[in-house]
Design a protein. Structure first.
Length: 290
């Protein structure tokens, strides 16, 4: 019913209205309405953004940019970015790689697929990293791996917890073996952080796949996932073709991983900030003024 209404409204505003004219100036902006990809509910996009990209009908959690995620997670005005201007080279001279990156930098305002820095969450000092799927599906190249490693090393030195929001299509093939090396480098930084007795929390958002899942995203002391987030290494068709069996319908979804013990908890976006601060308090971290 709502989908039919969406079509009617779009048709009317795009020039088939009661005035009998087409192509008139009352054309509806393409980004005015949002149709949920899961339940097909239609709402105004401004209303959808007002609730942090969560469908109020079915609970679908849409993708946030890195800065949007930071804005709803840390205390206002507390974020200080690390390595803001770090950019990657073209280590294997992949065709058109430099041009593609330049176009994405202009389009997204990002230098690469992750933002890292230090901030406060309800007064508790943390080091935070947030991946952004708008930049080459947040694939992990040399800059992503280096920024994560440096952020974790800074947290180790300052004795701060690390919170890392992952979202990625995996390793960045345009950087070849250099990309795969980031798996070992980031994992080594996580190990040293753990040896220092500090807390590492990973938050798996949709989607977290490939080499990111196989490295730092799966190494959290506490692993949190957003509802229905897709988390896995290889894709469903590849796995089914390999094992010659049909996988469960909810395979690689956060709820399936929680049932199997891979994820510690599933947290809705509106509760994430509260849960993160509570977990840090349970591990002995205090507010900056305490």
């Amino acid at each position: 019913m709502l989908e039919d209404l969406f079509k009617v409204v779009t048709t009317r505003f795009n020039g088939d209205g009661s005035d009998g004219k087409t192509g008139t100036s009352n054309k509806i902006p393409e980004d005015l309405l949002f149709k949920c990809p899961r339940c097909r509910n239609v709402i105004f996009k401004d209303d959808y953004k007002a609730v942090n990209m969560v469908c109020q009908n079915c609970g679908y959690h849409g993708r946030l940019s890195a800065r949007e995620r930071i804005a709803i997670t840390v205390d206002r005005g507390s974020f200080k970015e690390f390595d803001k201007n770090m950019t990657s080279k073209n280590p294997i001279d992949f065709p058109d790689y430099d041009e593609k990156q330049q176009a994405l930098r202009e389009k997204t305002g990002l230098k690469d697929a992750i933002i890292t820095g230090e901030a406060l969450i309800r007064g508790i000092p943390v080091v935070i990293g947030v991946m952004d799927t708008r930049y080459m599906m947040a694939s992990m190249g040399s800059v992503v791996g280096e920024k994560i490693t440096r952020a974790i090393e800074t947290a180790t030195k300052k004795k701060k917890p690390v919170i890392l929001f992952s979202a990625s299509g995996g390793a960045r093939m345009q950087e070849g073996i250099v990309s795969l090396m980031q798996m070992a480098k980031t994992s080594g930084a996580v190990a040293k952080h753990a040896e220092a007795g500090q807390l590492y929390i990973t938050v798996l958002t949709d989607p977290t796949t490939g080499g990111v899942t196989a490295s730092f995203a799966s190494l959290g002391d506490i692993i949190i996932a957003e509802p229905k987030a897709l988390v896995g290494f290889a894709g469903r068709r590849v796995i089914e073709g390999t094992i010659k069996q049909r996988l469960p319908d909810d395979f690689q979804l956060a709820e399936f991983l929680l049932e199997k013990g891979f994820v510690d908890m599933i947290v809705e976006r509106k509760k994430m900030r509260s849960v993160l601060s509570h977990v840090m308090k349970l591990h002995g971290y205090k507010k900056e003024d305490d």
